[in-house]
Design a protein around this ligand. Structure first.
Ligand code: NAD
Length: 332
């Protein structure tokens, strides 16, 4: 039997990226949708032969409890809505995948973990890089000390967020600015390359060059993290420039990826030569990996569970705390 999945929110990422991955993966079948926009229903209803009772909106969402065809819901809503719709799904007895960042605050992440535990359902976070060959190779380099002990990591990820009305520029819906949206990839990659948790952060907001777009969330932020083995990390994220590069330097060589985290093709070079990994459709690999996890009787492995989401969120929260205090060192 395939796992029945319902997409919660039919925005760009759900429809254009996750759904093709669901279609390609042998583990999943789209069985339901949750949308506040009725005009999005007919095309999907017809293509996937969806039953009326599996087509929900935000008001009758609790009816999920009466949808036996739906095993897992995938929350693809603005960040500030992840916690509410994940917790409600768990209370309706459904397993949950939520997009990154897991939620707006560590407290929300903890509430989500608690709700899933209480209802005995699984919780995963859409960390697609954890299924992507170049990033998996990066994890292996770190684990096997391919380039010796990594002493320095630098990672930049940003893009130009032009539309002043987008939810990503609204504090309540975005939870913050580029740090929440794409800076999280650099944090996550530093952690999976080192295989350890940073011990401290220091952060500074960049200048605000556009007061209309950046009245609620940061335009850019740079931050410094130290790891328990004295590895230094510097990161930068922005909504005013397209930038994407990850570099790690060890005492026996280096690795550099750019693009590193977006949909690809990812390009990687090392001091030993070009990274020769397969270029894949990330979301299919993610849905294959997650399919096996949801079918298994084991819990979701920590690396893409709520535990991982909470760890990143605690670091994000410390970065904001530091930047708001003008660069105060925060111990984690
Ligand atoms: P989007 O704006 O395209 O879609 C958001 C959806 O939420 C829309 O269908 C919108 O109608 C719906 N919505 C419901 N209530 C809303 C409200 N009050 N305000 C605004 N929209 C509301 O956004 P997206 O790019 O699809 O992002 C959705 C989630 O997916 C975010 O959490 C984002 O971080 C995540 N995402 C992840 C990746 C990835 O590579 N893993 C890539 C893009 C987005």
């Amino acid at each position: 039997k395939k796992l029945g999945i319902a997409l919660v929110g039919l925005g760009y990422y759900a429809v254009n990226k996750i759904l093709p991955g669901v279609d390609e993966s042998p583990y999943w079948e789209l069985k339901g949708i949750v949308t506040g926009t009725p005009s999005k229903i007919p095309a999907l209803k017809e293509k996937y032969n969806l039953k009326d009772e599996n087509i929900l909106n935000y008001d009758n969402y609790a009816n999920l409890a009466n949808c036996p065809d739906i095993d897992v819901v995938y929350v693809c809503l603005p960040n500030g809505m992840h916690a509410e719709y994940s917790i409600k799904a768990a209370n309706a007895g459904k397993h949950v995948i939520t997009e990154k960042p897991m939620a707006n605050t560590p407290q929300e992440c903890e509430d989500m973990i608690k709700a899933c535990k209480k209802n005995n359902v699984k919780l995963a976070v859409g960390y697609r890089c954890h299924f992507e060959p170049f990033n998996l190779e990066l994890m292996r380099y770190g684990r096997e000390n391919t380039f010796g002990k990594i002493n320095y990591i630098q990672s930049m990820f940003g893009w130009t967020a032009g539309d002043p009305k987008m939810w990503r520029l609204n504090k309540e819906l975005g939870g913050g600015g580029p740090l929440m949206d794409v800076g999280i990839y650099s944090i996550n990659a530093a952690r999976y390359t080192k295989g350890m948790e940073p011990r401290s952060v220091v952060a500074h907001f960049g200048p605000v060059t556009d007061k209309t777009r950046f009245s609620e969330v940061e335009e850019s932020v740079s931050w410094h993290m130290e790891f328990p083995d004295d590895t230094v990390f510097t990161g930068f994220t922005t909504y005013n420039t397209n930038v994407e590069k990850f570099q790690a330097y060890g005492d026996k060589g280096w690795v550099e990826m750019g693009p590193a985290f977006s949909y690809g093709p990812i390009v990687g070079n090392t001091s030993k030569g070009k990274m020769d990994m397969e270029v894949v459709y990330h979301q299919t690999y993610q849905m294959n990996g997650m399919g096996a996890m949801f079918l298994s009787s084991d819990p979701i492995p920590d690396h893409c569970s709520g535990v991982e989401g909470l760890k990143d969120m605690k670091i994000i929260s410390a970065i904001y705390e530091s930047a708001e205090a003008g660069g105060k060192k925060i111990m984690l």
